[in-house]
Design a protein around this ligand. Sequence first.
Ligand code: HEM
Length: 147
Amino acid sequence: MPYTNAVLHEIQRFANVVPMNLLHQTKSDIDFKGYRIPKGTPVIPLLTSVLFDKNHWETPHKFNPQHFLDAHGKFVKREAFMPFSAGRRVCLGETLAKMELFLFFTLVLQKFKFSLPPGVRAEHVDLSPTPGITNAPKPFKLCAIRQ
Ligand code: HEM
């Protein structure tokens, strides 16, 4: 179970579905890291910068469930894991989304065995997203064999 949980977290980190978060605006004048940001300034808090921060992730650009496991295989929370954003405007559907992801993911894994199509090698699969307001996967083929 900790490994499944780690895989799901790593999928969310690596997929980076909402890379630019939603647009925010400062409610008052703010001093931030030596910059004065006046009241009413539109701010785009890039979630990509956190989810791929090399100071927080051992292999930021490589899919690696170990990011969420300790040396004993136990699940560890990471403060830089924020695909749902953070603070007062954090995603209202976070709990529901996490529950749905877990149920859907574990159910399909129990019912199907997944593999690459014949002749396709893992290193040739392009995991880079189709960029947009949300990152979507590029079209791909996958074999799902009912167990
Ligand atoms: C994997 C699925 C999801 C991801 C990655 C996600 C991500 C996000 C992000 C990044 C924001 C912007 C937060 C901000 O402005 O700082 C957001 C806002 C929001 N999300 Fe989600 N979300 C997901 C699923 C859902 C679901 C299932 C619901 C509702 C059932 C939902 C409802 C909302 C609402 C209402 C807001 C606006 C919150 C506000 O502005 O106060 N989300 N979400």
